[in-house]
Design a protein around this ligand. Structure first.
Ligand SMILES: [Zn+2]
Length: 369
């Protein structure tokens, strides 16, 4: 791992948190070179540092994100304010990430469903637009609007509004079309036909939001995805559906059916969308490779990195139970119950899972110069 003390580098001025321009370069590079970035959910400074450690070890650029619950948790469990938590996460990340000058990291807010828009992503975008208006950078590089629980028309009405705000904030928007099943942050979604979005959905998205000319966005079309870990056979991913959506939208664009004129360059070799893969944990290598082949450039990983972290903590506690606990009138051993002792082990284990993700998605060794 190369860690250099605050050394300036390239046009990024020594900042590891990607500028808006650097983030576009990252996304374009993944898109044109056929790889994807792991987007790692974090809920604490320990898991944030573990994610940075993993990306640096893999020599990979990457994305670090907070969920709606993670953002609240960052603010302190009694404070429970997701704007405060998001800004605290971003400020801490910006400071420590400077010590990893060889990689670029984008910060992202994950799944913002309709009930949270006014208390989370809208105020963040307003703050960021204000920063940009004052010649500074936004705190985050992208935000997700999760309209999967509302009808497609309403989903895209909100997406249009947020795409305009994102342009002012110099951030990228992520949308979700269809619904990801399973459980995340205590929210459950059914495992049913909404798990599969359609080429017609894709055409409607392109008709309403354009294909980049109105502002950059990424789209999570669902193809059987679920959050969480399931036993083999429960989840049937159909990554080829992403290929169908890309192809049909590209041909509708060429046939002039989308309202705007698009060239082959705009259509990125018949892959007009930058796609996001939700529920990446536990997916097979074949499904991941196929999804990346069809234009996935960001894959979310939460469950597997959570497990890697907690598994290491459990190992420490079971192995040293008579040192972390005061057993039979003994006093335990401070060096085993100091939170750093199990914290370091847990961070190493999580960083290792992040490295695996970078290798699997092809981003390892490809950090932009
Ligand atoms: Zn997700």
């Amino acid at each position: 791992m190369k860690v250099v003390n605050g050394e300036a580098r390239g046009n990024n001025g020594g900042m590891t948190i990607a500028t808006p321009e650097r983030y576009r370069e990252m996304l374009e590079s993944a898109r044109h070179n056929g790889y994807a970035y792991p987007a790692i959910n974090v809920t604490s400074t320990q898991t944030l540092n573990a994610a940075l450690q993993g990306f640096a070890e893999a020599e990979s650029d990457g994305i670090i994100q907070v969920s709606v619950g993670g953002a609240s948790y960052f603010s302190g469990q009694r404070v429970d304010d997701r704007v405060t938590g998001s800004l605290a996460f971003a400020a801490f990340a910006r400071e420590v990430a400077e010590k990893y000058p060889n990689i670029s990291i984008a910060l992202h807010t994950d799944h913002c469903a309709k009930p949270y828009l006014d208390g989370w992503v809208r105020p963040l975008l307003a703050r960021e637009a204000d920063e940009v208006a004052h010649g500074r950078e936004p705190m985050f590089q992208s935000h997700m609007w999760d309209g999967s629980t509302v009808p497609l028309k309403e989903n895209l009405d909100v997406a249009e509004e947020l795409l305009d705000l994102s342009a002012k904030a110099h951030t990228v928007l992520e949308i979700e079309i269809g619904a990801v099943g399973g459980e995340e942050d205590g929210h459950r979604a059914d495992i049913d036909e909404k798990l599969y979005s359609t080429p017609a959905d894709g055409i409607e998205v392109a008709r309403r939001l354009g294909l980049g000319e109105r502002g950059a966005y990424m789209a999570a079309f669902t193809f059987g995805n679920v959050h969480g870990a399931y036993k083999p056979g429960v989840v049937k991913l159909r990554p080829e559906l992403l290929g169908e959506i890309q192809r049909e939208v590209a041909s509708a664009a060429k046939a002039g059916k989308l309202g705007s004129r698009y060239t082959d360059v705009d259509l990125h070799d018949n892959k007009p969308f930058m796609l996001v893969f939700h529920g990446g944990s536990g997916s097979s290598k074949g499904d991941i490779t196929a999804a990346v082949h069809y234009g996935v450039i960001k894959m979310n990983i939460d469950t597997d990195t959570q497990y890697a972290f907690t598994r290491a903590v459990a190992g420490h506690m079971f192995e040293h139970y008579d040192s972390v606990l005061k057993v039979d009138g003994e006093v335990g051993e401070k060096r085993y119950y100091d939170p750093r002792s199990w914290g370091r082990t847990a961070e190493d284990a999580m960083a290792k899972r992040v490295v695996e993700a970078c290798v699997e998605l092809g981003s390892a060794g490809k950090a932009l110069k």
